[in-house]
Ligand binder design. Structure first.
Ligand SMILES: [Fe+2]
Length: 215
């Protein structure tokens, strides 16, 4: 019993920083190596570290029956856990041009885009307009509602994952519009960052997720 008290009631999973699937400089000129290095090694690492820390504190509080600490930890868990979830998707949403980055979507996802948004160009314009309009820090998403089988464009604030906007929403593409994602290179020109990121967008990944959610 003493062991359970001091170590919590179950083994805790430790989250780790996932490797980037390409080199830090591989997305240039759309996104500089300096931004990618800082964003991955410092920002994403901090979300992972702080998520693990909050989960350890939660485990400790739960094992002690400390209800007010359990409640107090929820915002740190949502913020840092969301940061880890969102960035883990974001790295896969991007690809060097040599690995298909920027290649337009094909197959069922392309058909759904053309059907629901008239064209890829219209979809990109809408995502860029929504992303530019996010106040402060957040994300703009292209997702699929896997119940209604429809594409959705949504924004979330801070590090809220897309699922906070609806339990049936699955992200296909997420664009980080926090200043840390573009400021070193683009300064305050978020629309320019949003325009250029499509040159390294990994539509192959989005298509694979879409095919899984809408077979
Ligand atoms: Fe970020």
């Amino acid at each position: 019993m003493a062991d359970v008290q001091s170590h919590g009631f179950r083994g805790l999973h430790k989250y780790t920083l996932p490797d980037l699937p390409y080199d830090y400089d591989a997305l240039e000129p759309a996104i500089s190596g300096d931004i990618m290095r800082l964003h991955h090694q410092k920002h994403h690492q901090a979300y992972v570290t702080n998520y693990n820390k909050a989960l350890e504190q939660l485990d400790d509080a739960v094992s002690k029956g400390d209800a007010s600490t359990v409640v107090k930890l929820q915002s740190a868990i949502k913020f840092n856990g969301g940061g880890h979830v969102n960035h883990s998707i974001f790295w896969k949403n991007l690809a060097p041009v040599s690995k298909g980055g920027g290649e337009p979507p094909k197959g069922p996802l392309r058909a759904a885009i053309d059907n629901e948004f008239r064209s890829l160009e219209v979809l990109i314009q809408k995502i860029n307009a929504e992303g530019a309009a996010v106040q402060g820090s957040g994300w703009v998403w292209l997702g699929v509602d896997n119940e209604l089988k429809r594409l959705v464009i949504e924004t979330t604030k801070d590090q809220d994952p897309l699922v906070t906007k609806g339990a049936s929403l699955v992200p296909l593409l997420g664009i980080d519009v926090w200043e840390h994602a573009y400021y070193l290179q683009y300064k305050n020109a978020r629309p320019e960052y949003l325009k250029n990121i499509w040159n390294v967008m990994n539509w192959r990944y989005a298509g694979q997720v879409y095919d899984k959610e809408c077979p």
